[in-house]
Design a protein around this ligand. Structure first.
Ligand code: PLP
Length: 490
């Protein structure tokens, strides 16, 4: 293919003006204003609250309006977005945002995102995006090495972990020959997106199996083996087991090496949902915890979680990329020019999107500009914060650990030793109240979960800008409220 970047046929001055373009000066001026706005937000982030919500009834009168027929003043629109809309949201990258799964994209990665948008890359076929497709291959190969997957393994970037899980479910089903009575196995702790993926892929509820976990919330291999044997003798064909590394609730990693050996012997596709924990493999501690991950048939990763990338950046890695292409490739006449031979990967053939943005660029830019080591150290540091938080909880007589720190997540609750045993509804109400107070007072954003039916506070520590004083201040605030509200109960 030759390089056809020369021979301009028209210049900018002859382009017909229309209502959708701005002069280069105006583009620059407004572009700089947006950058200034974003940087100012980042500078003020730590001093503000990590969360701000609003009810529908507050927002309707403020924001409901008909679509303007004629243009409004661009600066005024920008100012309004910054004042009325954008601040009324969680600040997921705030150093004391510990709810759900935090995300703190680096500026280098955001610049990559802006560049990809600005260059309007169509990352569906090699013909339309040669350089970008090569970079997607390169970055995926870095991931392959980090996970210890065999040479030749590859995959694609996706909108997120949910899309990656869906692609894996379909690929596994197609690879198995799409049997009539297929079954899928997941643990009680599996992410909701795995079940949703199965639903989208056409599995009925009676084809899904939720496998019990042990006391440490790890998938119970014996229970899995039993379920598979029973299903086989009942005429079902098991096609996929989805394991966690780590689970969103607890950060717990399933017994991966044992599962891999078992799945290979059973000839069942092993999918590891590592959307939460996969990039922990960059750190020494995480690498140990994730041992065996590279033996999976497919692995879901979420660079917009622990690789500090902007939304939407997910990824699916598979042992054999041909399994994706045979599951997803459909070749219509109007794309006949795009077949340049298999080494020129058309990423549209590996998943569900034809039009795809150039997600690999932001990852590539962040790793080029900041280096792998800084990413690894930030992840290792977050894992250590989890350990320190667990130690704090263990040392405090008013709190108990419900699930020990694993990959930055610790689950615990207020349940003071000094009192008579309280019943579960009272404990739940108190823990809810303590949590709400800490959130409402702007100390930290936290969310809760439920473990073996018990209400649990949950800290998720993965933000590279969180430091121990942030965690300690949050724990101290929880203890202070426990003390204060508890006194009223005694
Ligand atoms: C976040 C998460 C998902 C879903 O990923 P999205 O990027 O939100 O679509 C799936 N599985 C696990 C374990 C997760 O933590």
């Amino acid at each position: 293919m030759s390089d056809r970047t020369t021979t301009p046929t028209s210049d900018r001055s002859t382009a017909a003006p229309n209502g959708l373009t701005w002069s280069a000066d105006e583009m620059r001026r407004l572009g700089h204003a947006v950058i200034d706005q974003i940087v100012a937000r980042a500078e003020g982030l730590r001093s503000g609250a990590p969360w701000r919500g609003a009810s529908r009834s507050e927002l309707e009168p403020l924001l409901r309006e008909s679509c303007p027929e004629e243009p409004l003043d661009a600066d005024a629109v920008l100012e309004r977005a910054a004042r009325e809309i954008l601040p009324r949201a969680g600040r997921i990258d705030h150093p004391r945002f510990f709810a759900f799964v935090p995300s703190c994209p680096t500026w280098a990665s955001m610049l990559g995102d802006m560049l990809a948008t600005g260059y309007n890359i169509f990352q569906g076929t090699w013909l339309e995006s040669a350089g970008p497709s090569q970079i997607e291959l390169v970055v995926l190969d870095w991931f392959r090495e980090w996970l210890d997957m065999p040479e030749g393994a590859g995959g694609l970037f996706t909108s997120g972990g949910s899309a990656a899980n869906l692609i894996a479910v379909v690929a596994a089903r197609e690879a198995s020959g799409h049997p009539e009575r297929a079954t899928v196995y997941m643990s009680e702790q599996s992410h909701s997106s795995v079940e949703r993926a199965c639903r989208i892929a056409g599995f009925r509820p009676q084809q899904l199996r939720r496998i019990a976990c042990d006391d440490a919330y790890r998938l119970d291999l014996e229970a899995l083996d039993k379920a598979v044997r029973r299903d086989r003798s009942d005429g079902f064909t098991p096609v996929l087991v989805a394991a966690n590394a780590g689970a969103t609730n607890t950060g717990v990693v399933d017994p991966l090496p044992e599962l891999a050996a078992w799945a290979r012997a059973q000839e069942i596709w092993l999918h590891i949902d590592a959307a939460y924990g996969g990039f922990a493999a960059l750190s020494r501690r995480g690498r140990t915890a994730l041992k065996g991950i590279g033996e999976a048939d497919s692995v879901t990763l979420d660079p917009h979680k622990w690789l500090f990338q902007p939304y939407e950046t997910g990824c699916l890695m598979v042992r054999d990329p041909a399994t994706l292409e045979s599951a997803f490739r459909v070749f219509p006449e109007y794309l006949q020019d795009t077949d340049l031979g298999f080494e020129h990967v058309n990423f549209a053939d590996r998943g569900l999107q034809l039009t795809r943005s150039f997600r690999a660029l932001k990852v590539w830019m962040a790793l080029q500009m900041l280096g792998r080591r800084a990413h690894a150290e930030a992840i290792g540091g977050a894992i250590e914060l989890g350990d320190r938080a667990e130690a704090w909880v263990r040392a405090h007589p008013d709190f108990e650990v419900l699930s020990p720190a694993s990959l930055g997540i610790v689950c615990f609750r207020w349940n003071p030793e000094r009192c008579a045993p309280r019943d579960e509804p009272e404990l739940e109400a108190m823990n809810r109240r303590i949590q709400e107070s800490v959130v409402d007072d702007g100390v930290a954003m936290m969310s809760s979960t439920r473990l073996q039916g018990r209400y649990s506070l949950r800290l998720c520590l993965m933000n590279h800008s969180t430091s121990w004083p942030d965690v300690q201040a949050t724990l101290d605030a929880l203890a202070e409220r426990g003390e204060r509200f508890g006194r009223a109960l005694d």
